[in-house]
Design a protein around this ligand. Structure first.
Ligand SMILES: Nc1ncnc2c1ncn2[C@@H]1O[C@H](COP(=O)(O)OP(=O)(O)OP(=O)(O)O)[C@@H](O)[C@H]1O
Length: 321
């Protein structure tokens, strides 16, 4: 049995034009499905505004879904009222993008790490030991040097280590990490992702890793889900998708990776750059068709491609397949 099953999930935000205007919807997540076994990591990839954060927050039930299903440990939590979600809150955690604003500036590192334990009723004598261990695990040593510090006394990388330690200190079963390295210096990103991978493996944590940068996903992913304008366009085992991307959008994301060979940097990209479409009024048919170099006239702009299993466990929504 998978730990998490997400079926046809939809999160639409109502927006009103004027006081008496009609209500329209920003379809931030529009029919996303995946499953996660215990200990698996799913990378969710897509450009800014494709709905990744909304997907992560909806799965954590920080946002109420508009439709679809979220099943965690065989329990349907799609519409469970907040008063009955305590156990789910205690089973899950989030690592945020911005280590500068996600930690309370008025609290010491010790309190920042202790707080989730206090909320769970862990007795004081156990808390100190857990905090020290958490600091050691994220390689902030010796821990005594950090306990009394405030976030502004730490570097960006150190703060994000605190963010990771805080998320993991309660041993959650499921974690959503939303762009956890995108605000950090490029030189420390790989190290931070490797640290997350080693802790994730050590504790068998199931994880969603959200990123716009497919290159960073290799450190931390078993599966990959590519989103475009609220829709999933490709989903499958990480290696298979990277080796043989089936959707022109995934191909474009992989092509856009910085290439260490300078002669390749000037290669003409297969996909012309462009803006992701409006999520209030997305293009009909395939949402990617206005940017797609392979769009089939009379087809792609009219009919939405179904999501099909093109190869074993490797799914795509594209009329080319
Ligand atoms: N509370 C809200 N009300 C209305 N629209 C929203 C709300 N939250 C998000 N959106 C819209 O939903 C769309 C998807 O946003 P989301 O943050 O999920 O995308 P993203 O892929 O995570 O992008 P980024 O990488 O920039 O965070 C955007 O158009 C955004 O403006």
């Amino acid at each position: 049995m998978p730990l998490l099953e997400v079926k046809e999930l939809r999160t639409w935000f109502p927006v009103k034009k004027g006081l008496f205007g009609p209500t329209r919807y920003v379809k931030a997540v529009d029919g996303v499905s995946f499953t996660l076994e215990r200990g698996e990591v799913l990378a969710v990839i897509g450009e800014s505004g494709s709905g990744k954060t909304t997907l992560g927050r909806t799965v954590l039930r920080l946002i109420k879904p508009t439709g679809g299903k979220i099943i965690f440990e065989e329990k349907d939590i799609t519409n469970t009222p907040e008063s009955q979600l305590r156990w789910y809150r205690f089973s899950t955690a989030m690592v945020f993008q911005d280590p500068f604003s996600s930690l309370n500036p008025y609290h010491t590192v010790q309190y920042i790490l202790e707080e989730p334990l206090i909320l769970r009723g862990v007795p004081p004598e156990e808390r100190h030991e857990l905090v020290v261990k958490a600091l050691e695990e994220v390689r902030l040593t010796p821990p005594e040097d950090f306990l009394k510090k405030y976030p502004h006394m730490l570097s960006g990388g150190q703060r994000q280590r605190i963010g990771i330690a805080r998320a993991l200190i309660t041993r959650p079963k499921f974690v959503v990490a939303d762009e956890p390295v995108s605000m950090l210096d490029v030189s420390i990103r790989a190290e931070m992702l490797s640290l997350m991978r080693s802790l994730q493996e050590k504790y068998g944590i199931t994880m969603i890793y959200i990123t716009h940068d497919i290159a960073t996903a290799k450190y931390l992913s078993d599966k990959i889900l590519v989103m475009y304008a609220g829709k999933m366009v490709e989903y499958g085992p990480f290696r298979d998708v990277i080796k043989e991307p089936l959707h022109p959008y995934t191909q474009a994301l992989i092509e856009a990776l910085p290439d260490p060979d300078p002669t390749n940097r000037f290669r003409i990209r297969k996909v012309p750059p462009g803006e992701p479409p409006s999520l209030i009024n997305p293009p009909p048919g395939c949402r990617f068709h206005p940017r797609c170099p392979y769009a089939i006239k009379g087809k792609c702009e009219k009919e939405e491609p179904p999501f099909i299993e093109a190869k074993k466990n490797h799914f795509v929504a594209c009329w080319l397949h």
